[in-house]
Design a protein around this ligand. Structure first.
Ligand code: ADP
Length: 510
């Protein structure tokens, strides 16, 4: 059974936690993972824990005042040894500092792309790159004479951390270190040809190989799931869903086998960075009590994209990696997707920001040519993301699945009402508008639909626009409720803390 962790008893001992990740802001970001890891680390630091972070130093990352650790760091990998240089720096988050170790190796990380093939592994290069990163985390601890209570790895790139903990690193100073593995997206598993396994330092026992092997190939995620003392994912609903064949991406059986150790903890958001009352990226700030700044943001967004500055026209925003997971085929595919219909029939304006699958990018460019009420910006643009959240009335997020999702939480805070699929973290963060009976409108913070199909998306947008036009008071009340919802990191960090203590207990039993 999957459970959300209960309340933490105060007075937990300070823990030493090493986080290992392929992405973290401000150094490297592809998706939500990069926001989540440093924010969680800082919140744990605020609670008194000694939390540090290891990640690669990619070519385009500034050294950001980083100082090299003395001497090169050797990272043994089966028959080879990789010599890296490690830079130490700090990231500050909400007033708390986390020490970051950036692993530099020109051949492995000296490129601009974070992943050789975006996200899904497949290139044996990525197996080696992140296998070295994962092993480097242990070597850094040795170099610092700092032995962590917890090694916390995130997603397939660092799934080898818990595997090493059970195999080649099951010895001092890590003999009592517990491994926690977090799944941020089951859709990316790090699958590679089996012959590459000989490049991994897994000592001679069968455990590592058996954990990693899946239908004749290496499946990094499977290794992490089976070897970690505890496994987490980023929302309670997603923790349930991934144990079902429909959302399990082929490894639901593996997850079911660890159901007792699988926990869903909802991500928080950075409430300082995403604060409409003090956001320096906006032309005007606003609060739930005074929305005049939001009106100005909407006008600015309309002007920026050459739309008529019409305060009463519903404006819908989308910010996403343009991948199938985000429901792009259901919106865009010719003869199938519903965006054409939404734009032609519902009297809305729409702004889309995102990059990704060239198929989706091209189609969006075509649709923006054909519809005066659609603007598409093919870019990764943080300031524009803030303006879209602030200037939109609605935020459309028709994900096929969504482990947690951050944008819907930003939207709620910025008074942009989410229209989203009832799945994963979307289900756990958005309360559907209740328009039944006399008390209509007394509940809800957004519009949910059951499954990501063109028809359901279309009808959800239609329903949302109807409430916007016909029931302005209820719409306003819904917006206020959303803006007042708490999504900070404090609750999540307490849950991770409790989980770390449980992982340590489980480790003792091994
Ligand atoms: P995922 O991690 O699946 O991409 P999330 O909603 O959890 O989805 O997180 C996405 C993060 O990336 C958010 O912070 C979002 O604002 C940001 N983002 C995605 N695409 C862009 C873009 N084109 N420009 C600016 N920010 C973007």
């Amino acid at each position: 059974m999957t459970k959300e962790i209960g309340a933490i008893s105060d007075g937990a001992p300070p823990l030493r936690v090493m986080m290992v990740t392929s992405e973290a802001v401000p150094f490297a970001k592809v998706g939500g993972l990069a926001d989540v890891v440093p924010a969680l680390a800082a919140e744990l630091a605020r609670r008194g824990h000694d939390v540090r972070l290891v990640m690669p130093r990619y070519a385009d990352a500034t050294k950001n005042g980083a100082a090299p650790l003395p001497g090169a760091l050797g990272v043994p990998m089966a028959a080879e040894e990789f010599w890296t240089e490690v830079f130490e720096t700090q990231i500050e988050h909400a007033g708390y500092c986390v020490t970051v170790y950036l692993v530099e190796h020109l051949e492995l990380f000296g490129r601009n792309a974070i992943y050789a093939r975006p996200g899904d592994g497949g290139s044996s290069e990525d197996l080696l790159r992140f296998a070295v990163l994962s092993r480097a985390a242990f070597q850094i601890c040795r170099k610092l004479s700092w032995s962590p209570d917890i090694m916390h790895a995130h997603d397939w790139p660092t799934a080898l951390v818990p595997v090493y903990l059970r195999t080649v690193e099951k010895r001092p100073p890590f003999a009592e270190t517990a491994g926690v593995f977090s799944i941020h997206n089951l859709g990316y598993q790090g699958v590679f040809e089996l012959d590459q396994i000989s490049r991994l330092p897994l000592n001679r026992g069968r455990l590592g190989r058996e954990a990693l092997e899946f239908y004749g190939r290496i499946n990094s995620l499977k290794g992490g799931i089976l070897c970690a003392d505890l496994v987490t994912t980023v929302s309670p609903s997603y923790a349930e869903e991934i144990q079902q064949p429909e959302f399990g991406f082929g490894i639901d059986g593996v997850l079911r086998s660890r159901a007792a150790e699988l926990h869903g903890i909802l991500n928080g958001i950075d409430e300082e960075l995403w604060d409409p009352s003090a956001d320096p990226l906006l032309p005007a700030t606003f609060t739930a009590d005074d929305l005049s700044g939001k009106v100005a943001c909407k006008a600015a967004l309309q002007r920026r994209f050459g739309f008529p500055v019409a305060p009463d026209t519903p404006l819908i925003g989308i910010i996403a990696r343009l991948v199938d997971q985000k429901g792009l085929p259901e919106l865009l595919e010719p003869g199938y997707g519903c965006l054409n219909g939404i734009l032609s029939e519902l009297g809305v304006q729409m702004v889309v920001l995102g990059t990704g699958d060239p198929r989706h990018e091209t189609r969006l460019l075509e649709l923006a040519q054909a519809h005066h009420n659609l603007a598409y910006e093919r870019a990764f643009d943080e300031p524009l993301a803030h303006l879209i959240e602030a200037g939109s009335d609605f935020f459309l997020m028709p994900s096929r699945y969504e482990p947690c999702g951050l944008n819907q939480m930003y939207s709620l805070r910025y008074g942009s009402i989410p229209i989203a699929t009832r799945t994963g973290g979307l289900r756990d963060t958005i309360l559907d508008f209740d328009d039944s009976g006399d008390e209509a409108g007394d509940q809800g913070t957004g519009f949910l639909f059951d499954s990501c199909t063109p028809t359901e998306i279309y009808h959800a947008v239609e329903r949302a626009v109807r409430v916007y036009r016909d029931r302005p008071q209820q719409f306003a009340a819904m917006r206020t409720r959303g803006m007042r919802t708490e999504f900070g990191w404090a609750r999540a960090a307490r849950n991770y803390e409790r989980l770390y203590l449980r992982a340590l207990q489980l480790r003792m039993q091994h």
